[in-house]
Structure formats: structure tokens, C-alpha cells
Design a protein around this ligand. Structure first.
Ligand SMILES: [Ca+2]
Ligand SMILES: [Ca+2]
Length: 86
């Protein structure tokens, strides 16, 4: 069940955001305060892509941490999928 959900989230992320992969970090709780989701704890080491985190895109708040090949797997904040709950 849990694996099915993770697989579903990953496939959605891959389909919707092309190459982006959610890596399990978010600032949904407090803007610009990044935490790992499981277990919930502050992110101490960061590896942002240049210009990131930019916090929003086309008026949509970006609160989930993703990586993609275009930024050499450096981090980007992007809009969360609705399924992602803490
Ligand atoms: Ca944010
Ligand atoms: Ca971003």
C-alpha cells in the first residue's frame, strides 16, 4: 500500500513535471524553513540550484523539494502535488 502510493506519487511527478523528482523535503509548514518529511526534521545540508529557492512560479506557491537533470540534480522548490501530506 505504502509502496503503491510512493510509486503513484513518483509517476505523477514524472508525468506532470517531466524530469522533476520529489526528494521528500518541504517548507509547507513555515515558508522557507525546509524540513525532511519522514522523519520530520530540519534540513541542515542544502544543495540549491542557482536562483533557487524562488518560492513561486506563475503565481503558484512552491513548497516541495525536487531535483531534475537540467540542474545537474541540484535542488529546486516546486509546487507540491495535492497528494503530498505531512
Ligand atoms: Ca515555499
Ligand atoms: Ca523553484
Amino acid at each position: 500500500m505504502r509502496h503503491a502510493k510512493v510509486g503513484f506519487m513518483l509517476s505523477r511527478a514524472l508525468n506532470n513535471q517531466t524530469k522533476n523528482i520529489w526528494i521528500g523535503g518541504t517548507d509547507l509548514l513555515v515558508e522557507n524553513e525546509w524540513n525532511w518529511v519522514k522523519p520530520l526534521k530540519p534540513i541542515e545540508y542544502t544543495r540549491w540550484a542557482p536562483g533557487e529557492p524562488n518560492h513561486q512560479w506563475r503565481g503558484q506557491s512552491e513548497d516541495c523539494l525536487s531535483i531534475n537533470a537540467d540542474t545537474h540534480f541540484r535542488w529546486n522548490d516546486q509546487a507540491c502535488e495535492n497528494e503530498i501530506k505531512i
